[in-house]
Ligand binder design. Sequence first.
Ligand SMILES: Nc1nc2c(ncn2[C@@H]2O[C@H](COP(=O)(O)OP(=O)(O)OP(=O)(O)O)[C@@H](O)[C@H]2O)c(=O)[nH]1
Ligand SMILES: [Mg+2]
Length: 320
Amino acid sequence: MISRDPNVLLAEARNASRVALARMVTFVESGGPQQRSTASLAYQSPPPYVVGITGPPGAGKSTLTDRVITTALTAGALGDLTFEQIAVLCIDPSSPFTGGAILGDRIRMQDHATDEHVFIRSMATRGNLGGLSLAVPDALRVLGAAGFPLALVETVGVGQMEVDIASAADTTVVVTNPGWGDSMQANKAGLLEVADIFIINKADRAGVRETRRDLEQMLDLGADRAWRPLILETVAADGRGTEEMWKAIAEHREFQIRTGELERRRRARTGKELSRVLGIEVSRRVKNLSEGKLYDDAIDQLVRGVTDPYSAAETLLAQT
Ligand SMILES: Nc1nc2c(ncn2[C@@H]2O[C@H](COP(=O)(O)OP(=O)(O)OP(=O)(O)O)[C@@H](O)[C@H]2O)c(=O)[nH]1
Ligand SMILES: [Mg+2]
């Protein structure tokens, strides 16, 4: 029987147990006390270097990720970061399924599905407060604690939530296709803000030059960043451009370390995560205060006109 004790699970996960690792991810996904205990253990280890791969449905993210896994494992290093195994999280904010249920259909990573050097896991919407925006950073910490120095995160979609998840990455790759404009229109600005590397995948199709020109123009108009996002072309279907993509990721990582940007970004991200947790804790507190005898009494007093809502709220807050 597999343990439910995060300490035992982590020891097993470090000892290459994929079942134990998967269970830890399930814990942080499901919320509640097990998320707490798992997270407090996982946050004792440094996070992996995270490469986010995002873009509209069908852009070729999984095919590309599959290729990148091969390239990465062959290289065995991203600059001075060496590794023997890679973790991949596939995130679908719109899907109600969870726990790997959609794995078979959605992920074209068959090459690596049974590879002992690769841990692939899909995560979808979680019922409780906070959802994926909390579960993903926690899961990344779990991966770091389990001994994965590198994680790839594929996120479907181009809405704000997807962009938020993608920006939990150290290097964010936005995958587009020739004629990308329509699928991205809704959130071009958001994508521009987070993209470190643009990939024009399906470069075997017509319209690559126009798409590149579009992107260049947008980057010209955009904020003056120290790092100008790279634009690369790939044909994930046959692997063309994957080596260059890997090099670009290494280059971006190196740039960030050299300039101190990596630390700055991680700190900003950590702050956002903390404020999200604070928000959830405060909401929970509000919910608890909005029920029960004291609350009913306060309403009675308000109805009778013997107090005002501000004083009543203060009285309720003082009770806890
Ligand atoms: N012509 C062409 N087709 C490609 C290329 N890369 C991927 N495809 C095809 O595009 C389709 C979608 O590929 P996926 O890798 O599943 O795309 P995805 O972005 O992961 O899709 P979702 O996860 O469903 O959003 C598949 O039929 C691929 O075979 C490419 O470079 N050229
Ligand atoms: Mg996919």
